[in-house]
Write a protein that binds this ligand. Sequence first.
Ligand code: PMP
Length: 376
Amino acid sequence: MIYLDYCATTPVAYEVLDTINKVTKEYIGNANSIHSLGRKSRDLLNSATNQIANIFNVSPNELIYTSGATESNNMALIGVALANRKKGNHIIVSKLEHPSIYSICNHLETLGFEISYVKNTAEGLIDFDDLKKLVRKETILVSICAVNSEVGIRQPLKMIRQIIKKENFGTIFHSDMTQAIGKVSVNLHDVDLASISAHKIYGPKGIGLLYKNSNVDMVPLIYGTSKEENNYRPGTPSLPLIAAFSKAIRLANNDLEKKERFITLLNDKIVNHLKKYPHILINKTNYSIPHILNISLMDVMSEPFVYALEKKEVYVSTNTACSSKELSTSVMAIYNDLNRAKHTIRISLSSLTTTDEVNRFLQIFDEEYSKLSNLK
Ligand code: PMP
């Protein structure tokens, strides 16, 4: 098998699996119980959270565990919108967000919030002038992803924050960092809120985080126990998943630059190979990270091509796994070309990918592409 869909999800690292196993077996107490078994679990929970807080240089009480980035995005956007509606009803998002952000925005519109979509440049970067124009007195929230999930555009969050805060200091800045963590270095102090997911960084599915700066007003979306640190996500904490997530974050942050250099070589190899095809367009700008390689096969439909590769045990996506039947909104936002956006294939690479896998992938790609393009 050649797995090239690491942006959809990653396999769980062995060390992380060991943690899940060990914690499940050895920590049976509910971290909310006051007896010694509960306290033992609470201690582990605190130490896992402290480790994450140390890595990101934030306070442990600014970290809220969720089921994944979809839930973190919901908690952030809806929770902040409802808490701040007296200050204004205006929210800004980019055209390069994950589909979950757009679903949340559609919901917020039904509650009376106004959503603006900031323009981006031809390179996929947020158009600073447009952002400046859009931020106004009523703007309570801006949400811009750190790394786009389809074309891999990395946004300069620090500069974006400066622009927002200069126009309206009270505007809260959220970033979906799901595709950034473990791929590039991030600074949580560039934003007020950040969404993170474990299963994109070799951690388990079903656990994520919302970083919320302690100054941000946000209402909870679910209600339950009233333990202070559990205010936003009440219920019994999933200790095995939390400990595993903490481990995954520690591992993911090792050797980021070295991993990126290797992945750049793999990405270059694929791009150079595909250049010979006149009907293949490379959807890549100067701001795309190498882990995500998006291409458009203008003379072949994406879905049959993904299935053809799958028959040879090669796994890629059409675009993001969450909207794989629709067009790529990000390619549309950057290139403004419907045909190009309808024909995308996303190849996502990892430091686990080998040169041999890439060579075999290119060979299978050539065979399947020539079959399907000839058919046409
Ligand atoms: N945001 C981005 C940028 C993503 O890539 C994804 C996963 N496709 C999500 C959010 C959703 O994450 P989860 O599966 O953890 O809910």
